[in-house]
Write a protein that binds this ligand. Structure first.
Ligand code: DGJ
Length: 720
């Protein structure tokens, strides 16, 4: 609910559990009065801590200090020396935006953005216009409250209302001022095959920042940051978190000032950004989903999960069970031909697996990763009969067919690059910087974008597929486009991301029945904006079940299990050689969108034989995994054991996974079950037990000893 109180000149944005209160000060600035646990509506103008006294610049014509305002969208160089959201630069080099309140508008529905950046669906939206009355520059702040969740979204649009060019040197999505600094900062760092490792560190005076300038979300830092109280645990305590719906270079920062206040901000990374606005033009930032909860880190996860499932992921897919796939990558890499593929497909008949995915290597001169990207025609030498023949073979065996693409890339050793070297992001006169032997196509060029749209449309229409895996295997470098003038080179990265969104929108809308899975060398582009196009994303190239427990935990801090694509692969694991039994590998992969990734010739017969039953089990638990609320206890590798409960919204059923790394000999495994209704009785068939939720959550379960390390046990609980 959003309310404007004219007498107090205040806006109250009220979600399920929070109040977000803004006020126009007597000097005309928009200040944040409060954000936190829901409070009664009141005129909060009485609360004047006068934070910072000595020698601070005074607002002209007033006695108040700039530094005292809890600026809702902070600007720089007037007297608030904390981190700004916006730095505009006019033709004279003046970088001031003295943003004062101008007007507001309440709309029952969220309006779509014009730049093509994906935003969450949503209802009641508040637009507050701020204006620099001297220059004419305008900023429109957009707020959508999700009344059933502890979530509010924010974004900003800067309109050049001046009569000259304005160059934006930074335009973040939001700044968020809080009154104190009794926080720790929780972020997710990582690298390829080790995505989304939680890191929780105390704040200090000054700025603590994360982010990256790779032009893509990256495996290195997720577009996420949370302020958590030092005492906040998995189930209790306050959390203020931001998840950015953006897939390019991003930036998150928490600054503690000399008055002990904290300013959290996030948005496009200013280091690799610049944007020129002609008079009348505007720039839209990505949207940030901001969560408040006092139910701990688990409460934050559940709010974000609901948000992404209900308001971001295409409703057609969000809660639909996806087909169980076998992906060719780990089993075959590039070494396949017609016979090997046909043998694999034939072997899958009746296995329970529902869809075969042909990964990298089917096109151009692609027998390794050194050549062929960009040449999107089938390699007839490897695959006489083309993709249709493979698709037909799949259907004859009762399978659907899926295909891998990497549309944003080109190998220098490709017909495409030989014909159009200028289509890649490189600098004339300099040796191009390759990564995985490939270059990035310049999506800021309309000709490149229309070529790739046409090409991918042809590939997908001709292949007979019901699934596409869209990969992206390198970050951006050079950040130079031949298409743009010198003064606009700062726009390359963001224009690339906008071009990628345009392609993703075009393809997903052109093929509404095809399931698209995102991928970027694993989970390198696992962010809220990609979920608007791809209901599931390959979580990591690391399929080792133990490493995966950490990666899936980190991913699940923000994103729903339904979005996390997980596969059972061969043991010993191809990446780290760890030996883990089929039961554990399957139970871990069950906690998401489920599939396999192995060489059928090497997969042990006993493990192969269990697939059908495992797929049947997955079908049974899928509604819980896709729609349920997640409750966690413990996290790998910090804890030897952990528990993940996925509980139905009405708490009538739960799917509980217990994971234990090393096998202690001192006791049988025992654990408590989080998330149940304490007052209901739950039946656990596997243990022949019926117990109240309160007993299961307090005393818990004791289960038979495991033989060996890295073991799981899983249970379906049904309220009786
Ligand atoms: C990286 C992906 O994460 C893998 O799953 C696979 O698709 C390879 N790229 C193919 O090049």
């Amino acid at each position: 609910m959003i309310i404007y109180d004219e007498s107090a000149k205040s806006f109250y944005l009220e979600g399920k559990n929070f109040t977000y209160a803004l006020r126009v000060t007597p000097d005309g600035y928009l200040t944040k009065d409060y954000f936190g646990k829901k409070i009664a509506r009141a005129d909060l103008g009485y609360y004047k801590p006068e934070w910072v006294k000595s020698f601070n610049p005074v607002i002209p014509g007033s006695k108040a200090l700039f530094a005292d305002i809890m600026q809702e969208y902070a600007t720089a160089f007037l007297g608030d020396y904390r981190e700004p959201a916006l730095i505009p630069c006019d033709g004279r080099g003046v970088k001031i935006a003295d943003l004062k309140y101008d007007s507001f508008r309440l709309s029952p529905e969220k309006k779509p953005v014009s730049s093509g950046i994906p935003t969450a669906r949503g209802g009641e939206t508040l637009e507050i216009t701020l204006r620099d009355f001297d220059s004419g520059l305008k900023v429109i702040l957009y707020y959508t409250v999700y009344p059933d969740l502890g979530i509010i979204t924010r974004r900003a649009e800067t309109v050049n209302g001046t009569d000259g060019e304005i160059k934006l040197e930074r335009a973040l999505s939001f700044t968020l001022d809080l009154y104190d600094s009794d926080f720790e900062l929780l972020t997710l760092w990582g690298h390829h095959a080790a995505e989304k490792t939680p890191e929780r560190i105390p704040l200090h005076h000054g700025r603590t920042t994360v982010g990256n300038v790779r032009g893509t979300t990256s495996a290195n830092h997720a577009a996420f940051a949370a302020l958590v109280r030092p005492e906040t645990t998995e189930e209790q305590g306050e959390v203020y978190a931001s998840a950015l719906l953006y897939s390019g270079s991003h930036y998150e920062s928490a600054e503690v000032d000399e008055a002990g206040r904290t300013r959290l901000c996030a948005g496009i990374n200013p280091e690799s950004f610049g944007w020129t606005l002609s008079p009348g033009e505007s720039f839209e930032t990505p949207e940030a989903a901001i969560c408040y909860t006092d139910e701990g880190i688990g409460g934050m996860s559940r709010a974000f999960h609901d948000f992404f499932r209900e308001y971001v992921i295409d409703p057609k897919w969000a809660k639909r069970r996806r087909p169980v796939v076998l992906n060719s990558w780990e089993g075959m890499h590039f070494s396949f031909d017609h016979d090997r593929l046909f043998d694999t497909i034939d072997a899958l008949r009746g296995s329970g697996i529902e869809l075969f995915v042909l990964d990298d290597g089917w096109f151009g001169a692609r027998s390794n990763d050194k050549a062929g990207l960009g040449d999107w025609y089938v390699n007839e030498e490897k695959l006489p009969g083309g993709l249709r023949a493979i698709s037909d073979r799949c259907r004859e065996n009762g399978l659907e067919f899926g295909l891998w693409i990497e549309p944003e890339m080109v190998n220098p050793d490709s017909d495409l690059y030989r014909a159009h070297p200028d289509w890649a992001i490189t600098v004339p006169g300099r040796t191009p910087v390759a990564s995985r032997n490939q270059l990035v196509l310049d999506y800021s060029r309309p000709d490149v974008l229309s070529w790739i749209k046409e090409t991918m449309y042809r590939v997908i229409s001709e292949a007979g597929v019901s699934y596409i895996k869209w990969d992206m295997n390198r970050p951006l470098t050079e950040n130079f486009s031949r298409f743009l003038p010198a003064g606009r080179q700062g726009e390359v990265q963001h224009r690339f991301v906008l071009g990628m969104y345009e392609l993703a929108r075009f393809l997903t809308e052109s093929f509404p029945d095809i399931l698209f899975e995102g991928c970027s060398g694993g989970g390198g582009r696992f962010d809220g904006a990609m979920l608007a196009f791809f209901p599931q994303i390959w979580t990591s190239d690391n399929t080792d079940a133990d490493d995966r427990m950490q990666i899936q935990y980190g991913t699940g801090l923000v994103f729903p299990l339904s979005a996390s694509s997980n596969h059972v692969s061969l043991s010993p694991n191809i990446r780290n050689g760890r030996i883990i039994g089929a039961q554990t590998r399957t139970d871990v992969a069950f906690l998401g969108t489920f599939g396999y990734e192995f060489d059928v010739r090497k997969y042990p017969a006993d493990e192969y034989a269990r697939i059908a039953a495992d797929v049947e089990k997955y079908k049974k638990i899928a509604p819980l995994v896709l729609e349920g609320d997640v409750y966690r206890k413990g996290m790998r590798p910090r804890d030897n054991a952990c528990v993940i409960s996925v509980v139905s919204k009405d708490k009538s059923s739960a799917y509980v996974t217990f994971y234990q790394a090393l096998n202690p000999h001192k006791t049988k495994p025992r654990f408590t079950v989080p998330g149940l209704d304490p007052d209901r009785l739950y039946r656990i068939e596997e243990l022949d037990l019926t117990l109240p939720g309160s007993v299961l959550s307090q005393l818990g379960l004791v289960i038979p000893r495991f033989r060996g390390d890295f073991c799981t046990a899983s249970f379906l609980l049904t309220a009786v």
